[in-house]
Design a binder for this molecule. Structure first.
Ligand code: HEM
Length: 526
């Protein structure tokens, strides 16, 4: 059998750009919406797309960028009306900025003669694009740190690796998660992603040890089984000549995996649409809506009771919390009955989940914190992984050369087997493909922070309370750092070299963040 990761022996995944449907993106930050067509193929390799078409695309893109840069540089855009204009074009992030700006105070100038460059004007020229594209254009014009100002409020956009390193690592204690924590509070509470200070320190120390080698080994088997179920679904679609939406399928795949990996729950969302899956998506959509709403209606007491959307969200959240409570109770009973002593590499073979590890280690079952952490892992692990898979397959569909090379490696290393932890180390080119996909389309494309005290960023002093967006997308596309930055080229990192990360790339590459708040996924990143 010839297979690539979640692809199938008889399926050729041809991703094609969905026409602009105007549909709102489902996730909190906009992710790729692509349609995928499955059709039969003898060997799973796609034919070369027309070079001519690609050349035309490239020329048009270059022309569009040149025009936009010229318009920004000419001062055509005026500051008045800039915010509504930019926010309408930044998609969910833009609305999020607008909403956040109307809700929180902030902004602030600088305390010395040095003034951070300030972006001005309307961005009407950028058309209907994901928000990280206009932020990139602004970065090319205004540099590694600039201020987006809207009346008395403002945000700092950071695209400079040194400044990113300073905020994320060297002086990380001086920054909190700011707006992110405010927006996610209703769903994640003080879970590991939004938490700051002592709560974060205590919980990170409790949870990260659960990701030991034995757990990762068990998880890789789980990934294989879940991916196989997806492959079967794709094979059926292929033989029926059916269109499938890969973003949705990858979301279901990662939800199924996270459910098992974190609390031993089988969502089985690839096969059925049950109430809990819908509840998870209702809550995710509510988080997205809250991040984009200019008025926080959910804070108005009476509104919660009369708004059908609010009532639906509250009901969904209750269903998830009740389910989590049941799972905690079941797991607690298992822990009480087992004779296994807790130790460093503790793992219950029937239930290797993180929840089981935490309860066996003595975590407080009745605590809201435990639920917040479980919910955080459910959301953090599932959305990001689904988006990375979708973008990677999109890129592969555009580069048959890379696809063929990857497929050859997978066939050689795996043949017909499911992958093991040892295989992961041998899948070097496959890893580079994912590294490169994460470079071109990082998830999330921005990291959000707020300064807790005065600080100096680059040469600019900043005040306490500044809201900061570190644009990972800009860092990953910076033409100064990357040769041929827009090209999908996994070979840019030699196979016998180290795995690229923020340290060996001097904070020009940080798909998993950096410093103490880095994604713990890197702990098990092989
Ligand atoms: C390809 C997949 C993933 C990507 C690209 C990714 C990316 C990131 C990034 C960039 C951060 C840093 C956020 C910040 O600094 O504000 C982060 C943090 C985090 N991620 Fe991931 N992540 C992925 C998968 C996962 C999975 C599978 C889980 C768990 C099941 C997870 C759990 C977390 C947690 C708990 C944090 C917060 C860590 C802390 O603050 O101590 N992530 N992730």
């Amino acid at each position: 059998m010839t297979s690539i990761h979640v692809s199938t022996s008889s399926s050729l995944l041809q991703l094609r750009r969905a026409q602009n449907t105007g549909a709102a993106p489902r996730s909190r930050l906009p992710v790729l919406r692509r349609a995928v067509r499955c059709c039969s193929s003898s060997n799973g390799r796609s034919p070369d797309p027309s070079d001519a078409v690609r050349d035309v695309d490239r020329i048009l893109e270059e022309k569009r960028r040149a025009e936009l840069a010229a318009r920004i540089a000419s001062g055509e855009f005026t500051q008045s009306g800039f915010f509504p204009a930019i926010t309408s074009k930044l998609g969910p992030l833009g609305k999020f900025l607008e909403g956040a700006v109307s809700r929180i105070g902030g902004g602030g100038g600088v305390g010395s003669g040095l003034v951070i460059p300030q972006a001005k004007g309307s961005i009407a020229a950028v058309g209907s694009q994901a928000f990280f594209i206009p932020l990139y254009e602004l970065f090319l014009t205004y540099g590694g740190i600039f201020r987006l100002t809207f009346g008395p409020k403002s945000f700092l956009i950071v695209s400079d690796p040194e400044i990113a390193k300073h905020i994320l690592k060297d002086n990380s204690k001086a920054y909190s998660k700011g707006i992110l924590a405010e927006i996610l509070e209703f769903v994640m509470g003080t879970g590991l992603i939004p938490a700051d200070g002592e709560i974060w320190r205590v919980r990170r120390r409790a949870i990260v040890p659960s990701l030991h080698q034995k757990y990762v080994t068990a998880m890789i088997s789980l990934f294989g089984e879940a991916s196989h179920r997806l492959c079967e679904k794709l094979d059926t679609a292929a033989s029926d000549g059916e269109d499938v939406e890969m973003e949705s399928l990858f979301s279901r795949l990662t939800l199924d995996i996270i459910g098992k990996a974190v609390f031993n729950y089988d969502f089985d969302s690839l096969s059925v649409d049950n109430g809990i899956v819908e509840a998870v998506y209702t809550v995710l959509r509510e988080a997205e809506m809250r991040s984009t709403s200019p008025i926080p209606t959910w804070e108005i007491p009476i509104w919660k009771d009369i708004s059908p959307r609010q009532r639906k969200a509250t009901k969904a959240l209750k269903l998830i919390n009740d389910t989590l409570n049941d799972l905690i109770a079941i797991c607690k009973r298992m822990v009480e009955q087992e004779e296994l002593q807790f130790h460093e590499e503790y793992m219950n073979e029937q239930d290797p989940s993180i929840l089981h590890f935490l309860l066996a280690s003595g975590d407080d079952v009745s605590s809201k914190q435990l639920r917040d952490d479980l919910m955080t892992m459910l959301i953090a692990g599932h959305e990001t992984s689904a988006a990375v898979l979708t973008w990677t397959f999109y890129l592969l569909s555009k580069e048959p050369r890379v696809m063929a090379k990857l497929q050859e490696e997978v066939d050689t290393v795996l043949g017909d087997r499911f992958p093991t932890i040892e295989d992961m180390k041998k899948l070097k080119y496959t890893t580079r493909v994912i590294n490169e996909s994460l470079r071109l389309y990082p998830q999330p494309p921005v990291l959000i922070r707020r300064s807790l005290q005065e600080d100096v960023l680059g040469k600019y002093p900043i005040k306490r309370g500044e809201d900061i967006f570190i644009s990972v997308y800009n860092l990953h596309h910076c033409p100064k750092h990357w040769v041929d930055a827009e090209r999908f080229y996994p070979e840019r990192w030699p196979l016998d070299g180290p795995n690229p990360n923020e340290t060996n790339q001097n904070f020009s590459y940080l798909p998993f963040g950096g410093g103490p708040r880095k994604c713990w996924r890197h702990v098990c990143y092989i």
